[in-house]
Design a protein. Structure first.
Length: 169
């Protein structure tokens, strides 16, 4: 009887693991519902059919600050297209607003996003959050993570991937 129960649980867990990815092996993006500084709501389920770039950044990150102008150019080049740019910071609204006065970011900015960091960050073997800043998650039109990257100068790769996703709908 124990063997039967163990076998059943193994099969059940196997199916639940496969339900989290698709036939191509791309992981599904974690669902989210967030609100921007301008009080605009973004829900991943409602963004299906669009390309979504999540950029995790911090006001204390010099690499993030140096990447903002390049990211702004990318965002401008896709204005009016089915691409949504979300800049997520775990810092509070006041700190983010103060920083944006000096370094404008042309994304929909989502402050207080630590819960999103927990959803998307890798974990080390001890279960601690492991995310390098800036971190990028490019989600395709089907809600799958197409690209995951972090660190300096990923903008060329991001731009190419977005363009490819838009041209191969």
């Amino acid at each position: 009887m124990r063997l039967l129960i163990a076998s059943f649980l193994t099969v059940l867990l196997t199916f639940s693991v496969f339900a989290q990815s698709n036939k191509r092996g791309k992981p599904l993006a974690q669902t989210f519902s967030v609100t921007s500084l301008e009080q605009k709501k973004f829900d991943l389920a409602e963004l299906k059919g669009k390309v979504v770039l999540l950029t995790f950044w911090s006001t204390r990150c010099p690499i993030c600050a140096s990447e903002i102008p390049k990211l702004n150019k990318i965002a401008a080049s896709y204005a009016g297209k089915d691409v949504v740019f979300l800049g997520l910071s775990a810092e509070n609204e006041a700190k983010v607003k103060s920083h944006l006065k000096k370094k404008p970011f042309d994304f929909n900015i989502i402050p207080n996003s630590f819960d999103m960091v927990l959803k998307y960050a890798d974990k080390d073997r001890d279960g601690n959050v492991a995310m390098g800043y800036p971190a990028y998650y490019l989600i395709n039109q089907r809600g799958e993570i197409e690209l995951k990257a972090n660190g300096y100068d990923k903008t060329v790769t991001i731009d190419k991937q977005i363009n490819q996703l838009l041209t191969t709908k």
